[in-house]
Design a protein around this ligand. Structure first.
Ligand code: UDX
Length: 446
């Protein structure tokens, strides 16, 4: 039992799986160092309080309709959440302050996500320091604020694959794709409020973000902390919003070492029915077993997506692989049978794959995933890029290259080295270990 230090930290994650996981891991780190934890969360995608009996959970209404809650349009979702949650969050924070006063406890700070754009003025008015947790790679978070200045780029000329100097190693076409999702007014607010905050915390480490840390420190001009791949010490499975299919592990137990390709596109992105078919054929045409997470199709309602796959193909798929709705991803990636990960390159998935030394086949869909995939394939060289081609032959070819050919062996060797470097960051005196120590000192000093 850890001795309480009499300080309480209030956490307010955005209700997205990829944000809840790092936030709960940070809560576990802080709790292990004596802080009491309160998590304020929306009704939508509420974390499972019963999985964390040592934390206090407080729910606020988010006003989302059923249709709004199922949208894949993250920008729309964030806009609605920011509109609807400001007043309930203010009431909730005021109540927490009143009860802390009664119990003679001190709330030392608020830690929330950079996507909340109303919390900075609110915490300032209460004299409460606010730290911003960000779940992107440091270089993405920093450089994406410069994107509005790149609106002069156009798709009209032929140089779409040229690198963009201001945002390496992204290609012009990728910068243009990301730009379609940038809401300038929202982005300006986020930047202003991040700069006014008491500090930034990234779920990354120097070993992965060396290229951008100095620039980020100058740009935001606030202390920056790197919590590292904390899931190594505090697995994210307890913060899963869906129940992971544990039979994935017993199925993997029956497969040969490094033979299985794991396929998952995170918690938000889904493919269309025709793309699903191409992936199904691609997987079926290789001789490798696979574990495939399918949450649904973007253009097929409910669970009917299985009907999109012809019976004969489904039979072949079942013979060679396993399809689940949600997997215990960290355990899966850790399993000796996994040989590669066909991924959308969400930052969590990318870091989890690196930490288990699993080379990747990259199929990014949007936003920071496009940058993460370029780092995986061109900077760290620990994966193969599908270049957006969701085609059966391309998928089959990439799986063969990664699992059966010498190119795959070399990729795996580079991945082992990266795994060692990143893993050592959270060990005693590693870069993330030291950064977390200074974060604890910093929060304790408020
Ligand atoms: C999104 C963005 O894509 C990501 O880049 C950003 O940093 C956070 O928000 P998401 O698309 O869900 O997140 O992907 P990712 O960041 O990879 O997070 C998914 C999480 O869900 C991972 O921790 C992964 O382990 C977990 N997961 C995924 C499971 O536990 N089981 C599954 O079957 C699939």
């Amino acid at each position: 039992m850890v001795k309480s230090n009499g300080l309480r930290v209030v956490l307010f994650p955005l209700p997205l799986q990829g944000v809840i996981n790092p936030m709960i891991q940070l809560a576990k780190i802080l709790h292990s160092r004596g802080f009491s934890i309160t998590v304020i969360h929306t009704r939508f995608n509420a974390p499972k309080a019963s999985s964390h009996p040592l934390f206090t959970f407080v729910e606020i209404p988010d006003g989302l309709s059923e249709t709004e809650a199922t949208t894949e349009d993250v920008t729309l979702l964030l806009t609605l959440l920011n509109q609807n949650c400001e007043s309930p969050f203010r009431d909730c924070l005021n109540k927490l302050f009143q009860s802390a006063e009664k119990e003679k406890e001190r709330i030392s700070c608020l830690i929330d996500d950079s996507g909340w754009v109303f919390t900075q003025p609110l915490s300032q008015s209460l004299n409460l320091p606010r730290l911003v947790l960000n779940t992107f790679k440091v270089s993405f978070f920093t450089n994406h604020f410069l994107l509005p200045q790149l609106r002069h780029l156009t798709l009209l000329d032929s140089k779409q694959d040229d690198p963009v100097e201001e945002f390496p190693p992204l290609r012009k076409k990728e910068v243009l794709q990301i730009l379609t999702e940038v809401l300038d007014s929202y982005s300006d607010m986020m930047l202003e409020q991040t700069k006014a905050s008491s500090g930034l915390i990234f779920m990354s480490c120097e070993e992965l973000d060396q290229d951008s840390l100095t620039q980020a420190r100058e740009y935001f001009n606030v202390p920056i902390f790197m919590m590292g791949p904390s899931h190594i010490q505090f697995p994210a499975s307890s913060s899963s919003l869906l129940s992971p299919d544990e039979s994935s592990i017993s199925w993997l137990d029956k497969q040969e070492d490094k033979s299985v390709i794991y396929v998952s596109f995170g918690s938000i992105s889904t493919v269309s029915k025709s793309e699903l078919m191409e992936i199904a054929w691609g997987l079926s045409n290789t001789d490798q077993p696979f574990l495939w997470v399918v949450r649904g199709c973007s253009d097929v309602q409910g669970k009917e997506w299985t009907e999109a796959i012809p019976e004969e193909l489904m039979e072949r798929l079942k013979e060679k692989g396993k399809i689940v709705k949600w997997a215990p991803q960290q355990e899966v990636l850790k399993h000796r049978a996994i040989g590669g990960f066909l991924t959308h390159n969400g930052w969590n998935s990318t870091v989890e794959s690196i930490c288990e030394g699993v080379p990747m086949i990259c199929l990014p869909f949007r936003w920071d995933q496009l940058l993460n995939a370029r780092f995986v394939t061109e900077v760290w060289m620990v994966g193969i890029h599908l270049e957006g081609k969701i085609e059966r032959n391309e998928i089959e070819k990439a799986i063969r290259r990664l699992l059966l050919e010498t190119e795959g062996e070399a990729t795996r060797e580079r991945m082992e080295l990266l795994k060692e470097k990143v893993g050592s960051s959270v060990k005693q005196n590693g870069s993330a270990y030291r950064s977390v120590e200074s974060l604890i000192d910093y929060i304790s000093s408020f």
